[in-house]
Design a protein around this ligand. Sequence first.
Ligand SMILES: [Fe+2]
Length: 276
Amino acid sequence: MGLTSAQLDIVDLTPRIGSEIRTDLDTLLSGRAARSIRDTLEQRGVVFFRGLDIDDEQQVAIAKTLGAIPENEGQGGIYKISLDKNVNQRAEYLKGSMFWHFDGSLQPYPNLATLLRAIKLSDTGGETEFCNTYAAYDDLPQADKDYITELRVVHSAERSQYYVRPEMSHEEIAFWQKSPTKACPMVWTHQSGRKSLLLGATADYVIGLPVEESRALLARLRDWATQPQYVYRHEWQPGDLLMWDNTGTMHRVLEYSVDSGRLMHRTILAGEEPLH
Ligand SMILES: [Fe+2]
């Protein structure tokens, strides 16, 4: 039912994106504030909770008050994000997260949201940046909105790998090309009626445009969406529980060393809106 302001104290960190939500663990676990948190998440793109001393089970329990957790996600709903191959066998693939993207661009239902909890931080780097792709779309000049409204973009796993390994061998390219590509609209019209831009490291080319125009347009829109007024940079503290609306933001992590020990525990909320 209704939520009193005493239960959630929302502190906006920039005008367009990012809020700290101050509340207590009992409120989060009870689900009393779930509707309000979901609304805040959609409006603000990124929210985080600080100083609550949450464990893995509590992280998953909180996530379950907000949405559904995919069955194949990690162990008991927790997936470990680390560049250390001993911790995560797909560490090499995770290097792609240093470039602007949203998660699940190749899936029929991209994740609704992702929760990350900081277990161990790197001494330097490792901040996570987010940009609000709703706000970036809203602010586009009308001529641009008109131009891109019907455009579709082919996304591929292969494309995102060029950021990590610019000179892939034929064998490597063949490996990544086994993953099916997916065409997505450039503008995502959500069930709410709001619209967001769909770009990111998997965005390979715009259907029907000459190659140069396609590359230039994708870069121009990424530049636009990642201007400072749309970006929030999270400076992590141990124990922070942060979540982002994966359907209305892009994110990237700033560089940190492979042997830094940086470790995040991730929980995903399954997508609720199809992307096709
Ligand atoms: Fe990601």
